[in-house]
Design a protein around this ligand. Structure first.
Ligand SMILES: [Zn+2]
Length: 297
């Protein structure tokens, strides 16, 4: 009798606990708490239908390691900088359709800040909530592999998936970058806009200057003069332009001073959304830097 009661209690318990698994689409676990970087997460059972929207292409590269193509949307089209972007009505529909939105945070994407407040029922994962994991403060958080790993882990948890494989791939891309960048650490360079500070800091690179702080602020006459002086003195081995912006400003500053030209893209727009897109992005960034910075034989 005792055993039968125990079995009955156990089966009642199992029925009770199993029931919510098919009850409805989502149930929230946890709650929003920006202070320690935790966000609300959805339970695992519906990850086959969960729609994820990544605000920017590099964030799409991070998400693509967990989310199949049909469930992943990227808001800002490749080749467009978030600094020049504004939302169209159709973009708002795409935001509305998403269950989970991964974005960089209000500094780079002010156009999303209001929606994050207006739609708290969606899961918003802001990379800026994880800035304590970065060594420096810069809003281009996807260029910090530490912040990226934290955000990936949160997204994986929200989808009931595992982040381990991605963490291993990023660790390998990091080791690769350290190795290939080591011989060019002393070689100075200008970047187009001030987007790379996490990456520059992580690998101890010698960023001497930038053509613009943010692309909408063009440099003044004194800055241009100083940059030309640095170029003349041979402090700069390479100037990096960006595919999102016309090279006119670089041409204006550099003129015919002898310096190598390279291209870095902080958005990795040429990299396809695939499972290993993000680690490839890191390797590609290192390769591009080395190609321009290495000393000619
Ligand atoms: Zn930027």
């Amino acid at each position: 009798m005792l055993i039968r009661t125990a079995v009955l209690v156990l089966s009642t318990f199992l029925t009770f606990t199993a029931q919510p698994l098919s009850a409805h689409a989502y149930s929230k676990v946890g709650s929003s708490d920006h202070a320690n970087g935790q966000v609300s997460a959805y339970s695992a059972r519906t990850s086959e239908t969960t729609k994820v929207l990544a605000s920017l292409h590099p964030i799409g590269l991070i998400a693509a390691s967990l989310v199949p193509q049909g469930q992943l949307d990227v808001l800002v089209p490749p080749g467009v900088s978030p600094h020049d972007f504004s939302l169209r009505p159709s973009d708002i529909d795409r935001l509305q359709e998403a269950d989970i939105i991964v974005w960089s945070g209000p500094a780079v994407e002010p156009y999303l800040a209001g929606f994050a407040r207006r739609w708290p029922d969606k899961t918003w994962i802001a990379m800026s909530d994880y800035q304590q994991f970065a060594s420096i403060n810069d809003p281009h958080y996807w260029l910090s592999s530490q912040v990226t790993l934290q955000v990936h882990s949160t997204l994986a948890q929200a989808l009931g998936k595992n982040s381990d494989d991605f963490q291993r791939q990023v660790a390998r891309a990091h080791d690769y970058s350290e190795q290939v960048l080591a011989p060019v650490k002393h070689r100075g360079f200008f970047v187009y806009h001030r987007a790379y500070d996490h990456w520059v800091h992580d690998y101890g690179l010698k960023q001497v200057g930038n053509f613009t702080l943010t692309p909408e602020q063009k440099p003044g006459g004194r800055t241009i003069q100083l940059m030309r002086e640095q170029l003349r003195q041979g402090d700069v081995a390479c100037v990096f332009r960006e595919p999102e912006y016309s090279p006119a400003l670089v041409v204006k500053v550099v003129g015919n001073l002898p310096v190598k030209h390279g291209e870095l893209d902080p958005l990795g727009s040429h990299i396809a959304l695939s499972k290993d897109g993000y680690p490839y992005f890191l390797r590609d960034l290192a390769d591009r830097a080395v190609n321009c910075l290495k000393e000619e034989q």
